[in-house]
Design a protein around this ligand. Structure first.
Ligand code: ANZ
Ligand code: ZN
Length: 800
């Protein structure tokens, strides 16, 4: 048979669609499997080979599960709100809804052409009002529970995109959307109180099967820190400066304090600060830096001593200077620190530059050269002198602070509350109303969805307002509580809102009365296996775990965690080994591969190209190799039952079943495919394959290259569709080799090889080895000192 992909691929795609075999059945008695991939943003560029790789893993696993008798849900939809469509609308004047629909159609066609086994009946797009109605509904539940608040603070702002960004959206000081530098800007924005869920997000990690590096990234992002809040009296003023420290044991070594330049106490006491003009200059300098630049461990610290404004070390009673410096951030702890130059490198660098004394309180290191951050005996520390264990010293100091009313135990998180609004058009309208009498009033549930109004001008305002602010008919409304003339909130939700609960909607995508029927949620959740990118670990993964846990706490969903298991794919690099990008001209279009080599080849190649989790360059030769393999596979029909009584393939066949079965579970797709290639070579040497053997081979390859496998299945008279044929079983006994090849050595040097019975006796093996021609020659005339047999590996004869 020939692998005539142009003809057979569309044919089988149509048959799958007509037969409905990929439809997930609610409440089926079969065991359920919910496989999930990160649904795409339907960009104008169409699919990327990265999408294909990301989806192919769960695709193969889902197909295997169906063959293993599971009721599988493998859904797809579109995460369709977002800036690119809006920016395109600004450029061309086409409505984002129109562009989005066009892109979704294009993506759908492409996904179908690759033959993914999605349950298309469950498809939806997050930008349609019957979906975002429920995004707004969940938002209102968060609001009801006090998890939505508004604050006027310094926010991450992208001057290019003209939007406020969350911390997750501005990692490394770069805008997630356009990669330009993010600036700090004072603005009143909506926040979701995700920090209230920090401990639950941490605790939840214990119960899920996520790769260690994924868990670690989340733990680091949440950044739980345990320490103490300590109050320092300001000299001559009835005011205390509160600091957060993880090292209260070093209090006797505090020789100065540092406040973030933006600290509000500075403004409160500007009349007491003699050099306030310098403060303002320094602040202007700092405003130019990104948070990333400020927190980097740079040796050359900048800062300014506040004149006429000092503090008292609460434990020594000594007066100490107060500085402002940009290495202290307003957004962490209290925005002020106690500086211990002897034991903190940042403080050390600062003290050296500004000539502040350094007092060592822990023995060790060389304080002349650098801060000593290790453990050791406490010195210069009064009641702590002689303590040698950090934990004990901290405990003792905490007791003391509490007793004297100076300070208290405290916890801090690196994660910040989630800045939850964008000043743009193409997003979910925030369902809140500003009433002059009642303040902020939520839109009543029965008025959802709050639909996006039609707009002609999508340009964001220079004033930092959303385009919605310009539409009077949207803005002006009456207060649902008191009936007064009121104004709607005009910001929209950030891109991540829709994807924070989409996996729940797949359980019941067409429900008008609830985000999903609780019974269906109970049946399908949790997601059994979720594959996606590492870049989402500290964004989407955190956000969606937060929303899901909130819904669990409110009794709306049945499991604490949404995803039982998570995995990730490595990037596909360009053929030149660089990240694929339009500007480098190294982008591979998956559709070109489908058209030239077939979808089965593409699917096989993205899983064969390397370790699934590793970044791997694209190779046209690799693609061709996969195509050749499928060609050879198709032509196995030529040697079907050529030598009917041949049984030499039995052990190889069982080994292959075992390998493919196990490797798919471990996401070692490349070695699973390699095992099938090895088997193919063995079949070629044997010159024959029986119908039963071919039936097994077809079923093993079917999840990877389903079109050709359906074709072959029909050819050999297989029952129904191979996509739901039973997965092959193996016999462990038959996977064990009866014979093995071992090497024969003289003094550790290989002289010859031989095949022996796997369970052969040591003496027999050695005797046989000594009879080999090359061994005989080497031994002749010498004395044998030692004879070694390493079972199933080697014989070594030591001679003199
Ligand atoms: C005194 C001290 C002595 C500190 C020492 C460290 C070592 P984590 O673990 O990340 O929570 N810090 C507190 N607030 C800060 C802010 N807003 N900006 C910059 N630095 C800040 O780190 C907590 C430590 O970071 C705190 O403990 C404080 O310095 C500093 F030998 O206090 B430490
Ligand atoms: Zn931007």
């Amino acid at each position: 048979m020939e692998y005539d992909f142009k003809q057979i691929e569309p044919k089988w795609q149509k048959k799958w669609q007509e037969s409905g075999i990929f439809k997930a059945e609610d409440f089926s008695k079969k065991p359920k499997f919910y496989g999930l991939v990160e649904f795409p943003y339907p960009s104008g560029a169409g699919m990327h080979v990265g999408h294909i790789k990301a989806y192919s893993s769960i695709e193969v696993i889902s197909r295997k599960r169906r063959m293993q008798g599971y009721n599988v849900m493998f859904p797809i939809g579109f995460d369709s709100f977002g800036l690119p469509a809006e920016n395109y609308a600004i450029k061309t004047g086409t409505h984002p809804a129109v562009i989005t629909q066009k892109n979704i159609d294009h993506f759908s066609d492409q996904l179908r052409a690759v033959g993914f086994s999605f349950d298309w009946d469950r498809e939806f797009a997050t930008s349609t009002s019957d979906y975002y109605k429920w995004t707004q509904w969940i938002f209102l539940k968060l609001y009801e529970k006090g998890l939505v608040f508004r604050a006027n603070t310094l926010v991450n702002y992208c001057p290019h995109c003209k939007v406020v960004l969350s911390n997750e959206d501005s990692q490394g000081g770069k805008c997630d959307i356009c990669h330009s530098d993010v600036i700090q800007k004072e603005k009143s924005v909506w926040y979701l109180r995700i920090t209230d869920y920090a401990d639950k997000l941490l605790e939840g990690l214990d119960s899920v099967d996520f790769p260690d590096n994924v868990k670690q990234q989340e733990v680091n992002w949440i950044g739980k820190s345990t320490g103490a809040f300590v109050n320092f009296q300001i000299k001559d003023i009835d005011e205390k400066l509160e600091i957060y420290t993880t090292r209260c044991d070093t209090l006797f070594g505090v020789t100065f304090m540092v406040m973030a330049p933006e600290h509000p106490l500075i403004d409160k006491y500007k009349n007491r600060i003699a050099n306030f003009a310098d403060v303002e200059n320094y602040r202007a300098e700092c405003a130019k830096k990104t948070e990333f630049e400020r927190t980097q461990l740079v040796k050359d610290k900048t800062g300014l001593k506040l004149d006429g404004f000092s503090a008292i070390n609460p434990i020594t009673g000594k007066e100490i200077p107060i500085f402002i410096a940009d290495y202290v951030m307003m957004g962490y702890g209290t925005g002020a620190i106690m500086a211990v130059p002897a034991h903190d490198q940042r403080d050390y660098d600062f003290a050296k530059k500004f000539g502040v004394p350094i007092v060592q309180v822990i023995k060790g290191g060389d304080i002349e050269k650098e801060a000593y951050t290790g453990d050791g005996e406490m010195i210069n520390s009064d009641f702590l002198n002689g303590f040698t264990n950090k934990k004990d010293s901290i405990e003792r100091m905490l007791e003391f602070l509490k007793e004297k009313g100076i300070g208290e135990r405290g916890v801090q998180y690196k994660m910040k509350d989630w800045a939850f609004n964008r000043q743009r058009y193409w997003g979910e309208p925030i369902p809140l109303i500003h009433c002059p009498n009642c303040g902020v009033v939520p839109v009543p549930e029965d008025q959802l969805p709050l639909e996006l109004p039609d707009v002609k001008n999508f340009e964001p305002g220079e004033d930092g307002n959303s385009p919605l602010a310009k539409i009077d008919s949207f803005v002006n409304c009456t207060c649902p509580k008191c009936g007064a003339a009121a104004k709607r909130e005009t910001d929209t939700m950030p891109q991540w809102a829709g994807s924070s609960w989409y996996f729940l909607r797949f359980c019941d995508p067409h429900n008008d009365n609830a985000f999903a029927d609780p019974e269906k949620v109970k049946y399908w959740m949790p997601v059994d296996w979720y594959n996606g990118g590492m870049e989402h670990v500290t964004r989407h993964l955190i956000y969606s775990r937060f929303w899901h846990r909130f819904l669990y706490d409110q009794g709306y969903v049945s499991t604490k965690e949404p995803y039982a298991k998570r995995s990730y794919q490595g990037l596909i690099l360009g053929p030149d080994g660089e990240k694929m990008s339009k500007s480098k001209g190294n982008v591979v279009d998956p559709m070109d591969i489908v058209n030239q080599y077939g979808a089965d080849t593409l699917r096989l190649y993205v899983l064969f190209m390397g370790d699934y989790g590793a970044a791997t360059p694209w190779s046209e030769n690799g693609v061709k190799g996969c195509k050749r393999f499928i060609d050879r596979f198709a032509s196995l029909t030529d040697i079907l039952d050529k030598k009917p009584e041949d049984t030499s393939l039995e052990s190889s066949l069982h080994k292959m079943i075992k390998k493919v079965t196990e490797d798919i579970e471990a996401m070692k797709f490349n070695t699973a495919i390699a095992a099938m290639m090895t088997f193919m070579n063995e079949v070629s040497s044997a010159g024959t394959i029986s119908k039963e053997e071919l039936s097994v081979f077809i079923r093993l390859l079917a999840p990877f290259a389903p079109h050709i496998c359906e074709e072959m299945w029909t050819y050999i008279g297989g029952e129904g569709l191979v996509s739901i044929a039973p997965w092959p079983e193996y016999d462990e006994q038959k996977t064990i080799d009866k014979t093995v090849e071992i090497v024969a050595q003289i003094n550790g040097k290989v002289k010859s090889k031989m095949v022996i019975e796997a369970d052969a006796d040591k003496d027999d093996v050695i005797a046989k080895a000594k009879e080999l021609d090359k061994m005989k020659d080497a031994i002749e005339g010498k004395t044998i000192v030692k004879e070694i047999y390493v079972p199933k590996k080697l014989v070594n004869i030591v001679v003199k």
